[in-house]
Design a protein around this ligand. Structure first.
Ligand SMILES: Cc1ncc(COP(=O)(O)O)c(C=O)c1O
Length: 414
């Protein structure tokens, strides 16, 4: 048992955790064997091999989608999804403000205008009412982000898109394994985009998979990712404008092994997150990210909770994070609201959105919920959820200890 009366680690006491949590990424002979097979085959390029394509197909099936395309990263998969949805110059795309910048810059990459909207104060996912209010005659699509693996309201989003004739791209970079009404996220919209970058729930350092159910979306996205080629045509027959977004076979090999391990890791993370949510909910000033009953399981890219400084002697969030880190808890950090980024505030769009394009309305670029969330949410690294249950619950013990000593921490560090 942890003695809560002991001095907190940030003031020189013994930390709650004397050993580290499991490290990330995880690999074993599965990755090694598949990588060596690719090496020995000589088929290192997706055009010569089957490993990346097989992985993408298997991953799509895991998420409940018909098709999967293996691409370079989770920024390019959003871009390819938008191209496949025929989004381009003159179009507006609605994007939530609490996300990684790529959810919006992928829109700029296809020369469309990202319209930033606010998020739900509990889930941090897109506020569907705000999205509806932002629709204009130029709106073509919504990019919905499943923040920290928590599913956005896919019933409301699919209904809205159907009613208003919009395309829905799900940004699932945080949400491998998340299900909604029993089916994987990414399979609900016109396309789903997954990232396999180093910090994600399965990884090859870099990588992305676009999932979809529609053959035209699949073929258009792949033509764009493969230099405008058309399946079955001559190699140098380029029918449409495209670029090169192909995943390598090396990445496919690593990811095939990661996928074999994923279901067990996912269950463990999900179950540990449920237990940690319950423990944290008991602590005044801590409010876990809620779990909608329609979300069966959550792929926790991060473990997120809301922090109310008033219950911690007005300790600033950054001091709280420092104190928690000192107790041996692996800390992440919230994204800033996109409304606070120079790229949008100063319209630093490079060659995109030149004269005539709908502009980002900087005068009204204020997202109170996303901005407040950036200053009041705590993001922990998902690797801690791979530990044994009692080790995971050390997070709640560390938070309780910090709360017990909050006045002295504030006195010493402010
Ligand atoms: C929500 C979100 N969307 C998109 C991306 C982009 O993925 P990638 O880094 O693979 O390009 C990320 C990466 O962090 C992300 O967090």
């Amino acid at each position: 048992m942890v003695d809560l009366s002991r001095l907190p680690a940030v003031l020189g006491g013994m930390p709650v955790r004397s050993s580290d949590y499991p490290s990330w990424p995880v690999w074993d002979d599965g990755e090694r064997t598949l990588l060596l097979q690719v090496l020995d085959d000589g088929g290192w390029w997706q055009g010569d091999g089957t490993v990346a394509a097989t992985f993408a197909r298997d991953f799509a099936a895991f998420q409940g989608a018909r098709f999967g395309l293996a691409m370079t990263n989770g920024t390019h998969t959003i871009e390819a999804a938008l191209v496949a949805c025929d989004v381009g110059e003159g179009d507006e795309v609605i994007v939530p403000g609490m996300t990684f910048v790529a959810s919006a810059t992928a829109v700029l990459a296809v020369n469309a205008t990202p319209i930033l909207v606010d998020v739900d104060p509990d889930t941090l996912c897109i506020d569907v009412g705000a999205a509806e209010a932002a629709i204009t005659g130029r709106t073509r699509a919504i990019v919905a982000v499943h923040v920290a693996g928590c599913a956005a309201d896919l019933d409301a989003l699919t209904d809205l898109c159907r009613r208003r004739g919009l395309r829905l791209v799900e940004d699932c970079a945080h949400a491998h394994g998340t299900t909604w009404r029993g089916r994987g996220v990414g399979s609900w919209g016109d396309a789903g985009s997954f990232s396999m970058q180093r910090s994600k729930l399965m990884t090859a350092g870099e990588g992305g998979v676009l999932v979809c159910n529609d053959e035209t979306i699949r073929d258009t996205a792949w033509a764009y990712a493969d230099c405008g080629r058309v399946a079955g045509e001559w190699f140098y027959h380029h029918a449409t404008v495209g670029t090169n977004l192909r995943m390598t076979e090396w990445q496919g090999a690593v990811l095939q092994a990661q996928l074999a391990r994923f279901p067990g890791q996912h269950r463990r993370r999900n179950d540990n997150a449920v237990a940690l949510n319950a423990a944290l909910a008991e602590i005044p000033g801590i409010r876990p990210q809620p779990r909608d009953p329609r979300m069966g399981s959550q792929g926790n890219y991060c473990f997120v909770f809301h922090y109310d400084a008033a219950e911690f002697a007005d300790m600033p969030l950054r001091t709280f994070e420092r104190a928690l880190g000192a107790e041996g808890i692996p800390m992440g950090v919230s994204y800033p609201s996109l409304s606070d980024l120079a790229v949008f505030r100063e319209r630093r769009f490079g060659p995109r959105l030149r004269a005539g394009a709908p502009m980002v309305d900087v005068e009204h670029l204020h997202l109170p919920v996303a901005e407040a969330a950036a200053a009041s949410t705590v993001w922990l690294q998902h690797r801690l959820l791979l530990a044994d249950r009692d080790d995971v619950l050390d997070v709640a013990r560390a938070v309780e200890r910090i709360r017990t000593h909050a006045p002295s921490i504030v006195d010493a560090l402010s």
